[in-house]
Design a protein around this ligand. Structure first.
Ligand code: ZN
Length: 122
């Protein structure tokens, strides 16, 4: 069995008037994440970790924030594309472990929903 491990890291500014998408779920929040896409930081780090494990560079290489194609895009679409890239190289996702650093809102009540959303894609 050939096991590869990747690491992802991402940070997004929070601001009023933005939505907070996390793990593919819209989370009710006072502040949302700023970004070119839907700014789903959790999906972005998962994409980076998967791409890195497969030696396929990173999310910015495949989905540049200078491209109008990705303006406001649902990051679940990016993750599905990443999974397809991995499958093209013969890889499958075995496990994902992620840490979110966020003071508020609490993420815990949304974890099961996020896991279900992400499991369908990966
Ligand atoms: Zn990001």
């Amino acid at each position: 069995m050939n096991i590869r491990v990747g690491f992802g890291y991402d940070v997004h500014q929070l601001a009023k008037g933005e939505e907070l998408w996390l793990g593919g779920k819209l989370i009710p929040a006072e502040l949302g994440a700023v970004g070119h896409s839907d700014a789903d930081v959790l999906i972005h780090v998962i994409c980076d970790a998967l791409l890195g494990a497969a030696n396929l560079r990173d999310i910015g290489f495949h989905f540049p924030d200078t491209s109008a194609d990705y303006k406001g895009i649902d990051s679940k679409i990016l993750l599905a594309d990443v999974v397809n890239l991995l499958e093209d190289k013969g890889y499958t996702v075995g496990n994902i472990d992620s840490t979110v650093v966020l003071e508020k809102p609490k993420v815990n009540p949304h974890i099961d929903d996020m896991k279900a959303i992400l499991a369908k894609i990966t």
